[in-house]
Design a protein around this ligand. Sequence first.
Ligand code: SF4
Length: 412
Amino acid sequence: MKCLFIVKDKTLETLGPMYLSSVIKAAGHECKIIDIRTSFIDIINDKPGFIGYSCMTGEQDNFIALNKKLKRAFSFISVIGGCHATFFPEDFEGKQFDHIVQGEAEQWTADFFDAPVNITSDLNSLPFPDREDFPDRPIRDFISSRGCPHKCAYCFNARWNEMYPDLPKVRMRSVSNVIQEIKEVRPKFTYFQDSCFGVDMKWLRNFCAVYAKEIHAPFHCHLRPSQVTQERVDFLRLANCVSVRIALETASDRLRKTIGRTNTSNAETVKAAQLLREGGIKLMIQNMLALPTSTIEDDLATLEINIQCQPAYAWSSIFSPFPGTALGDECKNNGLYKGDYSDITDCFFDKSILEFSEEYKEQTYCLQKIFALAVEAQVMPELDELSTETLPKFIHRAMRRIGDNRMYGGVI
Ligand code: SF4
């Protein structure tokens, strides 16, 4: 049978459908992974007998509409999975999907296609992801673990752990299993998608030693600020880790309580940035603006800590009250969010949809746009520069500082 997976985009390797594609191919079927912008005519001409959609919250309307259109055009088995199908299967009921798959889909896929693979909850039992539709990529994605031990209130992780209480919070592949996959792929650059890389120090030590000896391609991973210790930095550096992403999200202790990240502090983040800088590892910091009850002063304080940390890239987004997350539900119950969730998109950079003043929404919309630039230029915006009309003034001011620094090593 011809099988097809349709994903939102293929910028990063979409490991979820890639694992499933391997299972399907093991059963002797053809399988392709395409993105949602692929021409409708091409899909119809191809006439797959099976189409799987991998759907995150915010993308559901697009997939529902596409499935309806395809179902009108020809007959096939349609399956919806991914994060939104896992937490909100009811959104797809009665929408012409033949199957709605919740949670990890490898076992379901193996059973459906009668694949000769023995899949268990042990990640080492999975076939390696199928990369055929992602040829010649300079950056290759891998995942060495699934799950996360934390409970951030804006994230689905806590709900996942409630749904699957028998699964350990974090499952790790063995070092040899990960290394074997990387050896087969031979990446120029290795990008680990794990939520928190190497949570088990013994595993990390062993991994770094083997990676240094047998792979040595530069790699990137995600850590919590508290994970960034001198020992970890030394091991990561030895293995040629060249960049790390950590999340500060907010510099406000009050907001940290709101988002369930009291185990992160500003001092810890500044220290993590220093250790990584000294270790020669580039840093990306992730931040969230317009959190529930946030003020522009809170958001500017977050920017200030980023300026202090001097990351290679300061990433920021606007908070979205995802339904089903603790914080999303709290926003709804407390009247901070009055929508019906149809206004939640898959973009994290639009204006806030919470019940803030228009002035604050505009300020945070503008701050998000210049956040990384302000960090790069090491300059704080004035409050009156945070409007769409005055933002160009700030951009000009920041670029002049960057230019002066590059030209003269200081600002004139
Ligand atoms: S650390 Fe990341 S994956 Fe884990 S709960 Fe927080 S946001 Fe979710």
